[in-house]
Design a protein around this ligand. Structure first.
Ligand code: IPE
Ligand code: IPE
Ligand code: MG
Length: 255
């Protein structure tokens, strides 16, 4: 896939000065459990507060010139957690969609879901489908929910889809290139993320957008996800604006 460059426009997040705004921001929403244990609360409360942070963040992103936001909600590796926690995460997702879908729909938000349906309870899967279906005509803001998502799983599925087309004789092997593979990924239609933010003190991607993030700017923040909000998003955007992206080329003006 060709590298999508961040659009240059007036972000308005800092006294309206002109800045480079990312078109697409990905967020690894981490640190719910740590937040809870530091407050002497059960992990589930951390996840509940995490949903509130998600609401705040989506609202803050809608106010900005950002067109695409993808949030990492449940990874293919998160199945390793106790069943009770996995179940609690599923029911929080259901609550979020049930409570917020109508509002998001009216605000022009288009929801896309990235990840596999495999293993998901039918009601969770049906609700995600509904969110995607009911917002499919919206164009104002794009919200990607990475749920039961793993970058490697996504790439494997894309490779399988390509293999089927090859086997059926619809494409020749010389047609298999980055663009074709990217078109089979769940995120097809979304530009590559310009910026990936990870909260919660770790410095890793944990299988998030591994293909799409090849040239993303990474911003790691120590803030735990339940404490994230508009100010933290603005601060990540300030950091992004200060970075020089070269995409393998030379520093501007160095040639
Ligand atoms: C992020 O918070 C939420 C999910 C991964 C679903 P964690 O639950 O990973 O919180 P920590 O990392 O244990 O603090
Ligand atoms: C990444 O967080 C997954 C999500 C935020 C959904 P994890 O807490 O699962 O990541 P690791 O285990 O620290 O790598
Ligand atoms: Mg974690």
């Amino acid at each position: 896939m060709t590298v999508e460059r961040a659009s240059s426009n007036s972000a308005g997040f800092n006294d309206g000065d002109s800045r480079v705004m990312p078109a697409h921001v990905g967020i690894i929403m981490d640190g719910n459990g740590r937040w809870a244990s530091r407050h002497g609360l059960p992990r589930s409360v951390g996840h509940e507060r995490g949903v509130e942070a998600l609401r705040r963040t989506v609202k803050a992103a809608q106010k900005l010139d950002l067109r695409y936001l993808t949030v990492y909600s449940f990874s293919t590796e998160n199945w390793r957690r106790p069943v009770s926690e996995v179940t609690a995460l599923f029911s929080l997702l259901k609550t979020f969609v049930n409570r917020d879908l109508d509002r998001l729909k009216n605000e022009g938000v288009r929801i896309r879901v990235f990840g596999t349906k495999e293993g998901l309870p039918d009601d969770v899967s049906a609700l995600l489908d509904r969110a995607v279906r009911e917002t499919a005509d919206n164009t104002k803001f794009n919200l990607g929910i990475a749920f039961n998502y793993g970058g490697r799983e996504e790439i494997s599925r894309a490779a399988r889809a390509v293999a089927l087309e090859l086997k059926a004789g619809r494409i020749g092997e010389e047609e298999i290139d980055e663009q074709l593979l990217a078109s089979k990924l769940d995120t097809s239609g979304f530009p590559d993320p310009d910026l990936i933010i990870r909260t919660g003190e770790e410095r890793r991607l944990s299988n998030f957008l591994v293909w799409q993030g090849a040239y993303s700017e990474l911003v790691f923040m120590d803030v735990l996800w339940p404490e994230f909000g508009e100010d933290s998003l603005h601060s990540a955007l300030e950091t992004f604006a200060s970075r020089e992206r070269r995409f393998g080329g030379l520093k501007s003006g160095a040639a």
